[in-house]
Design a protein around this ligand. Structure first.
Ligand SMILES: NC(=O)NCCC(=O)O
Ligand SMILES: [Zn+2]
Ligand SMILES: [Zn+2]
Length: 467
């Protein structure tokens, strides 16, 4: 028997339209939209009717960069797939794409199986995987082809973290050549890790051990240089390129210059680079450790270039790079040596709200909010049509969003499994009210009604930006 849900009276916002429409959901999919008050909409009936009068009705967020349970620096990111996806739902995100990790000396398949085992039966919302390549060799290159065929269509490479995830230029080029042939998309962590490690060692020798030095050694020029190098290598390989967590104005300039030449080069930034800065890294009493991530937070002046890039489409996606570590017991591993602070910030729950605040602050339009947080990540990673929009046939991943209510972001009230908020005390206007994942209400007027295991693994197609 089919089940129908009707969302009445809201302003439906997608990346392309804003309309006062009722939304009919049947068997987990969007069945139809019709103008509110129209004959068609008035005739609809459903088992469940949700009143969205005065609210926005938006596609569930697509966060294309999360790290649940990531092993890093001798510890693990503190959100499991269960806690992290539940927090994502609270924040209006209904799909994540997390990173399975290939360990050095091991097959891609082994890493992928391990990540499936972590997530299977645990997630509150749908999820897919990218694959981190830590060991590019003949056999892992061959495996890439198989993974693309089964829905792992993007691969992250690191020009940073020598000895851990790092690939040298030859390995980067070979992976790019392979992706040019198999339709995969290379995602690049663009920082010159070899040079950074020299600067880390020199800083520590000078006794510069505080968290703020993390930002100082990971220089803007070394992000820009690596971004430039990655773009040139992608050109040589004839492959598209997606640069993750872009933080510096000079790196945006590299992407813009490449795109002006018509190259298939894309970029992502994250809320932490848009709202936080080196001022946070410099907080006293080791509190700056809460803000250690890579690429690092930059001086506030870089934010204007990031917002501009998002407006001009030189940056297409805002993801969170959600990679939480508790202050107590995890960030503290780096007391006396900033290089031992596990890298990463929490944020999967905050992205939709922070970007809505950016609408109110005049940085982006409402439709651009939905584009960079829902539609564009879905398109970039082969999910669009099913995810990222509200249109007949799409999964009924829908958020009823109250644009008027004020909230204060805080670890006291958030649902992420981490003992601090990177945005503690920040006032934002707008809040998720109700969330549907494939037609099931998982947040019902600020109450969690979902369950671990509702979320399904989603194999992805190839990037819809690059075909
Ligand atoms: N970004 C970060 O600091 N941690 C997660 C790993 C990565 O994305 O590089
Ligand atoms: Zn990275
Ligand atoms: Zn990351």
């Amino acid at each position: 028997m089919s089940t129908r849900t009707l969302i009445r009276g809201g302003l439906v916002i997608t990346a392309t339209d804003e309309t006062h429409a009722d939304v009919l959901i049947e068997d987990g999919r969007i069945a139809a939209l019709a103008a509110h008050g129209s004959q068609a909409a008035t005739a609809w009936s459903a088992e469940r009717v949700l009143d969205a009068t005065g609210k926005y009705v938006i596609p569930g967020g697509v966060d294309a960069h999360t790290h649940m349970e990531l092993p890093f620096g001798g510890t693990f990111a503190s959100d499991t797939f269960e806690t992290g996806t539940r927090a994502a739902a609270w924040g209006g995100t209904t799909t994540i794409v997390d990173f399975a990790v290939q360990s050095k000396g091991h097959a891609l398949r082994e890493g992928l199986d391990a990540w499936h085992a972590k997530a299977d039966g645990k997630c509150a919302i749908d999820y897919g995987f990218h694959m981190i390549l830590s060991d590019v060799n003949e056999s892992s290159l061959k495996e890439m082809d198989l993974l693309v065929e089964e829905g792992i269509t993007s691969f992250k490479l690191f020009m940073a973290y020598p000895g851990v995830f790092y690939s040298d230029d030859g390995q980067v080029l070979r992976a790019m050549q392979r992706s040019a042939g198999n339709g995969g998309l290379i995602m690049m962590h663009a920082e010159n890790g070899i040079a950074i490690d020299v600067l880390v060692e020199q800083a520590l020798q000078r006794g510069e051990t505080d968290p703020r030095h993390h930002g100082e050694v990971r220089k803007v020029l070394l992000e820009a240089e690596a971004t430039h190098r990655a773009i040139q290598l992608a050109r040589v390989a004839g492959a598209p390129l997606y640069v993750v967590h872009v933080s510096a104005e000079e790196a945006v300039a590299e992407l813009a210059a490449a795109r002006d030449k018509g190259l298939p080069v894309f970029g992502e930034t994250c809320p932490q680079y848009l709202f936080l800065s080196t001022d946070n890294l410099a907080e006293p009493d080791f509190e700056g450790a809460k803000y250690v991530c890579s690429t690092p937070l930059r001086p506030r002046e870089h934010q204007a270039a990031l917002w501009r890039g998002l407006r001009t489409n030189d940056l297409q996606v805002v993801s969170t790079d959600h990679c939480p570590f508790c202050f107590v017991g995890q960030k503290e591993l780096g007391r006396g040596d900033f290089s031992k602070i596990p890298n990463g910030l929490p944020g999967v729950e905050n992205r939709m709200d922070l970007l809505h605040q950016a609408v109110l602050d005049g940085h982006i339009t409402r439709r651009r909010w939905i584009e960079i947080a829902c539609a564009s990540p879905a398109r970039m990673f082969g999910l669009y049509g099913k995810k990222g929009t509200i249109a007949p046939g799409a999964d009924a991943d829908v958020v009823i969003y109250d644009p008027a209510v004020e909230q204060v972001l805080s670890a006291e009230t958030h649902h992420m499994n981490v003992d601090y908020s990177a945005y503690e005390g920040k006032r934002v206007t707008g809040r998720v009210e109700t969330v549907l994942s494939r037609g099931e209400v998982v947040i019902d007027q600020r109450e969690f009604t979902g369950r671990a295991g509702h979320g399904a693994y989603v194999p992805r197609g190839v990037s819809q930006y690059v075909g």
